[in-house]
Design a protein around this ligand. Sequence first.
Ligand code: PMP
Length: 399
Amino acid sequence: MPQLAQRMGRAKPSAIMMVAEKAKQLKAEGRDIISFSIGVPNFLPGDHVYAAVREALATDSGQYGSNRGDPAVLDAFLRHVEPLGLTGYGRENVVVNVGAKHSLYSLAEALLDEGDEIVFPTPYWTSYLDIADIVGAKVTTLPCPPEQDYKLTPAQLDAALQSKPRVFLFNNPSNPTGMVYSREEIEALADVLVKYPDTWVITDDIYNRMVFDGLGYHNFVHARPELRERVVFADSLSKTYGMPGWRVGFLLGPAEVIKAVVTLNSNAITSVPEIVNAAAVAALSGPQDVPNAKCVEFQDKRDQVMAVLESIPGVVCPRPQGAFYVFPDISCAFGKSHGAMRIENDIDFCNALLEAKGVACVPGSAFGEPRALRISYTCPTAQLAPGMERIREFFAELT
Ligand code: PMP
């Protein structure tokens, strides 16, 4: 048999998907499973999105579209980001891709040659590492443990940028920690970035509409406008609008970088389908009551999850202020047992929890932090309290 490309030796299937699959399998076997594993929103977009799709179907051309994205979507996105302080951009600064994952993959292709350095904080979203590995980049991770609220400090960033990495990749609000950087924190990091003109900045901010406690979302370009020529902002319809399967992601950034991604699109995907374009325009420009209501609901769910975690002796959990994840440090369970199941690490913990209580979570090592565990609280509301109660019981039963 002919060989696969060497890069596939480095590519790994998503750890999150593996947990989700195992939970699905147990469910199919008749087990009562509550899944806190996969980060999918459990809601659908507003009716106006479906109405726009039906209308687009009636006039569908069936043709290829633009490699950059339909002008109506580009304009809708430009208007959508204005309230975030991302103003003064034009269509040349935007491209529509097949989800943020595709955007990030294309950026890795566009910005990183083999052996180039990419720097990002730990905990990180799993695909960052895998995408960097596939393109053969040299990865430097910056440990941000729970003791510093999982947040990158300006001193850490400064030290990391001295080697002039090609790319600094940042994520705010964070998957897996739910952390949100305050205005002051973003400004302090932006002040460091200004000093290192050889480094591109990718800021994956797809959860920017899901920020709690009135904290507000802040970004580097708004903080320091001179960074505009080096910062690429990634957004997506997936989480905000309950549209992960529609596969729409956006990049906003310097025209030269965006043009490179458009060139990749012309050779990889050609375009996003016409019907999907119509859905995207409707989601971005139509009533925002669904995402607004979901943000309130997620804040409430965050409170419920945190109340349980805070009641468990030994568990440490920085309080998330966005997205729909919590990332407790569960290392107090290491060295203990649940029945006959010995727990030495996060993977043992997740397996034992799933086996004993039917609750699926993702081990922190999938995100580079083996002391923790990710709970995604997008499940139906009725499952949240029972699921958290099972976690509380599980801890209480450890010996
Ligand atoms: N970035 C982060 C931080 C994510 O959590 C996800 C989805 N889990 C993505 C990117 C990819 O999103 P999309 O569905 O737009 O590809």
